[in-house]
Each structure stands twice: as structure tokens, then as C-alpha cells.
Design a protein around this ligand. Structure first.
Ligand SMILES: CC(C)(COP(=O)(O)OP(=O)(O)OC[C@H]1O[C@@H](n2cnc3c(N)ncnc32)[C@H](O)[C@@H]1OP(=O)(O)O)[C@@H](O)C(=O)NCCC(=O)NCCS
Length: 197
């Protein structure tokens, strides 16, 4: 009797196989510090819309989040030389209708499907925590973020400053493509990326 062939593994699944996606916690501060230190100038600029380096206070705040109104998912590469943080996506809720998101992926991991994976999980987590509208600011020239956001159902609006755009996703619309994702809650994300796909 012939056994069923194994289900095909997508290219993205293969590339993300070594990564562990989970909610951030305060003990991640040293990993976050290293991550930020090694970002290229271009990537750091696109994340903060400025050439400055995050302060130690900011790094502390970004790792020890207030889970009642914030969510952050990190991607950890567990290599032979220890753990490295290679991506993080987060939201901060001012109110359900006013929630900001931000994402940044290590240069070497860009264009490998990680941004999409983290955004998918972040959106599902935000939705599960009652967020109705998720928005973020990006440089108008940030075609990678614009394209990723468009693919996930975000709308782009010009800002008064022509250098930036506002990306918004209406999560009250249950048909939003990205909201149908798996790995909904950061607490569910504590598993191998590959096992959830
Ligand atoms: C924007 C960013 C998060 C995208 O993450 P990523 O892991 O590289 O993206 P993915 O590999 O998951 O790509 C998902 C989709 O985004 C788009 N995209 C990603 N990189 C792109 C690029 N360089 N050019 C054009 N489109 C791009 C594509 O539509 C892509 O889908 P495809 O691969 O099927 O074509 C990443 O480039 C980054 O960290 N940039 C610096 C920080 C930043 O810009 N943050 C946003 C402001 S909050």
C-alpha cells in the first residue's frame, strides 16, 4: 500500500523554519539592544523616521511592555552561537480606534517572508485585544512597507508632510484578508514558526 505523500512545504516555510516567534518579554532587552545596534542606517531610519539611535529607556520600555494596551511579537533565530532577535512587530493602543503599529526586520532577514508573518500575527493579536483600527506612519518612499501593507489590506493616505504616509487597517471589517490569519494571539505565538503554518 502506498503512503500519502507529505504535504508540500512552501518556500516561505522553509526560510522561516529556524525561527521561533513569540511575545516579547522584559528579559529580551539584551537581544533587542543587539538587534538595534546591528540594523543598517537605512533600516533604522525607516523604522524611526529619523537617524537617531533608540535610547536605553526606549529599549527598556519596548521590551517590558504594558500588555493591557500593547502587543509585541519577536522572531528569534536560535543559531549555534546563541539566540539573535531578527524581527519585531508591535502595536500600542491609545484607544481601540487609535492604535499604532511598527515593524522592523533585520537587514539579512528582509524579503524572506518574515515581515508578512509577523504582521499577520500582530494583526490577529490586535484584533483579539479589541483593536478596531491599526495604523502606522511610513516614509512615502518606503516601497517595501507600502507594498506589504497593501498586500495585507491597509489603505494609504497622504499626510500633510508629503514625505510620509499613514497606513490604516480597519479591523472592524471581518473580511479583512489579514485578519483571517492563524496564530491569533501573541500567547499562541510561542511556537515554531513552521508548526503554525
Ligand atoms: C518593511 C519590512 C518590514 C518588510 O519586511 P520583509 O520581511 O522584508 O517583508 P516580506 O519578505 O514579508 O515581504 C512581504 C511583501 O512585502 C513587499 N516587499 C517586501 N520588501 C519589498 C521590497 N524591498 N520592495 C518591494 N516590495 C517589498 C512585497 O509585496 C512582499 O511580498 P512578495 O515577497 O510576495 O513580493 C522590512 O523591509 C523592514 O524592516 N524595513 C525597515 C523598517 C520599516 O520600514 N518599517 C516600517 C515602518 S513602521
Amino acid at each position: 500500500m502506498r503512503s500519502e505523500p507529505a504535504s508540500p512545504i512552501s518556500g516561505v516555510e522553509m526560510r522561516l523554519r529556524s525561527l521561533h516567534l513569540r511575545p516579547i518579554h522584559p528579559a529580551d532587552l539584551p537581544l533587542l539592544r543587539e538587534f538595534v545596534k546591528h540594523l543598517s542606517q537605512d533600516t533604522g531610519y525607516k523604522r524611526l523616521l529619523s537617524g537617531r539611535t533608540p535610547t536605553e529607556d526606549e529599549l527598556r520600555r519596548w521590551s517590558a511592555i504594558d500588555v493591557s494596551r500593547e502587543g509585541a511579537i519577536v522572531a528569534i533565530d536560535k543559531g549555534p552561537n546563541g539566540e539573535r532577535l531578527v524581527g519585531v512587530a508591535r502595536y500600542v493602543m491609545q484607544s481601540p480606534d487609535e492604535t499604532d503599529f511598527a515593524i522592523v526586520i533585520a537587514d539579512a532577514w528582509q524579503r524572506r517572508g518574515l515581515g508578512r508573518e509577523l504582521m499577520t500575527r500582530l494583526i490577529a493579536a490586535a484584533r483579539a485585544h479589541g483593536v478596531r483600527n491599526l495604523s502606522g506612519i511610513a516614509l512615502s518612499t518606503n516601497f517595501a512597507m507600502r507594498s506589504l501593507a497593501r498586500a495585507m489590506g491597509f489603505e494609504a493616505a497622504r499626510m500633510s508632510d508629503a514625505l510620509a504616509i499613514k497606513l490604516s487597517l480597519d479591523l472592524s471589517n471581518t473580511d479583512v484578508h489579514a485578519g483571517n490569519a492563524t496564530g491569533a494571539n501573541p500567547s499562541d505565538a510561542d511556537q515554531r514558526a513552521s508548526s503554525s503554518r
